[in-house]
Ligand binder design. Structure first.
Ligand code: CP
Ligand code: NVA
Length: 310
């Protein structure tokens, strides 16, 4: 049994195994309907409990389909309907009960401390479905999508992140780039650069990860251009101020044209005005494939957690 809380916790050999399992399983589903299980049904009889303390479309649906395609089922709990959600039961007791009723627990939360607390008292895998500090399932899926589209090992590609660089997506992407030894250029205003811990991690990467304060410098020769919503879910910032600080970090056509000719654009969604409509809906944008790939990678993450990765 293994938890999946942050990319930094997971050995690179396991991250690579998750991706190769996802490639393998995806390739075998061409003729299957979306609810048809994979032939081997490796999680037959298992239930995934999910809970979202923040809104979600893709993570919710992809985990629902993932466990279903592996032969199991899921139940989504509503935080306000649990005693713990209304302050009437401890996380410790809730976690122990979830461990006896369920086989894995996926949580999207506003509190990293809560994830750790659930993990402390759990006998079943805990999966981080987005927290303030990490979005590991999304980023691992993005690595899968990049390799699928570029037909190259991620370590041979040049990634560029433009925009808010002090959020969950950026944190997990930096952790992934360290694990997979990927070259990453980050373009952000100084006030939204990666947090101190990650800045010191970046310094140890011998120039593989670089921070720029001008997007034009960062994006040159990139194979992949990525960004994320400027205002994250439940972001308790001065929105007007943040939008203003990031106004020079929009991914527009002019910026995209500075990347390689065959560069692709990715965005985890939902989107705001950090990307222009013509880029988002343009030929280089692969956001729909990126979103659907979440299902395939969630499956292999689940198998990793259950100790069933081949
Ligand atoms: N990208 C992502 O996690 O989407 P949701 O917030 O809709 O789950
Ligand atoms: N950084 C974004 C990611 C959404 C999937 C957020 O936390 O809202």
């Amino acid at each position: 049994m293994k938890h999946f809380l942050h990319i930094r916790d997971i050995p690179i050999k396991d991250l690579k195994k998750i991706i190769s399992d996802a490639i393998n399983r995806k390739s075998k589903r061409n003729k299957l309907n979306i609810l048809d299980p994979d032939k081997d049904m490796p999680l037959k009889g298992k239930i995934l409990l999910q809970m979202f303390e923040k809104s979600s479309l893709r993570t919710r649906l992809s985990f629902y389909l993932a466990i279903k395609q592996l032969g199991g089922g899921s139940l989504t709990l509503r935080p306000e309907e649990l005693h713990s959600g209304t302050g009437g039961e401890s996380i410790a007791d809730t976690s122990k009960i979830l461990s006896t009723y369920g086989n894995a627990f996926m949580l999207r939360t506003d509190s990293d401390k809560k994830l750790d607390e659930f993990k402390k008292y759990s006998n079943i895998p805990i999966i981080n479905g987005l927290s303030p500090s990490s979005h590991p399932t999304q980023v691992l899926s993005d690595i899968f999508t990049i390799q699928e589209l570029k037909r190259k090992s991620i370590s041979k590609l040049k990634l560029c992140w433009i925009g808010d660089a002090n959020n969950n997506m950026m944190n997990s992407l930096i952790e992934a780039c360290v694990k997979f030894t990927v070259s990453l250029n980050i373009a952000c205003p100084k006030s939204y650069q990666p947090n101190k811990t990650l800045i010191s991690v970046i310094k140890k990467q011998k120039g593989k990860i670089k921070i720029f304060y001008k997007k034009e410098l960062a994006v040159k020769n990139s194979d992949v251009v990525m960004t994320d919503k400027i205002i994250s879910i439940n972001d308790k910032v001065n929105k007007k101020k943040k939008l203003k600080s990031l106004k020079n970090f929009k991914v527009d056509l002019k910026t995209m044209n500075l990347a390689k000719n065959d560069a692709i654009f990715l965005h985890c969604l939902p989107r705001g005005n950090e990307v222009s409509e013509d880029v988002f809906l343009g030929k280089k944008s692969k956001v729909w494939q990126q979103a659907l790939n979440r299902v395939h990678v969630q499956k292999s993450i689940l198998l990793y957690c259950f100790g069933k990765l081949r």
